[in-house]
Design a protein around this ligand. Sequence first.
Ligand code: SF4
Length: 188
Amino acid sequence: MTDLLLHTCCGPCSTVAVPAWRERGVEPVGWFENPNIQPVAELERRRESMRRFSRAAGLELIVGRGEEAPEWTAWRETLATSAPQARCAACLGLRLQAAGGAARELGFTRFSTTLTVSPYQRHDLIIAAGEAAADTHGVDFVYLDARDRFRESYAESRRLELYRQPYCGCAAGKWEAWHERRARRRTE
Ligand code: SF4
């Protein structure tokens, strides 16, 4: 049954999110649109990784045109100064609003996201953003917690030779990931 538009953040998370939906009897349609990813070369790498996974998995995939909405320009201008929680809440809000809008325009009754695979994401923010987008667009948001399959996504990514990104998406997140890795190495 194909009635779910699945916002896909990347190929690696999709390797376990898509099977999780299929195991529940749902054949999702993937939708990749992530203007938060910086720089553009990184966005293209992740887009290509997503395409590679969809071909391997037989997943119907809609790839956004990557055109910049004005709200993304405004969000980007706050990156250097906003606190992580506010920055991420805005980023998740923009992406899930776009996903909810796409679901409505494409005739789906509900949507979800592969962001819920990652234990590094704030799931409370994802749920809040998803539910707000559902209210805005008159569709349902379905939260599926797939964090227990996060490790499995490493093995699947290796098996399918997918590019696996070392940071969330934006430039600020890239620096934070770098500092966290460095701090971990110092305590090991
Ligand atoms: S760290 Fe990730 S979720 Fe947070 S603002 Fe950056 S890209 Fe968005």
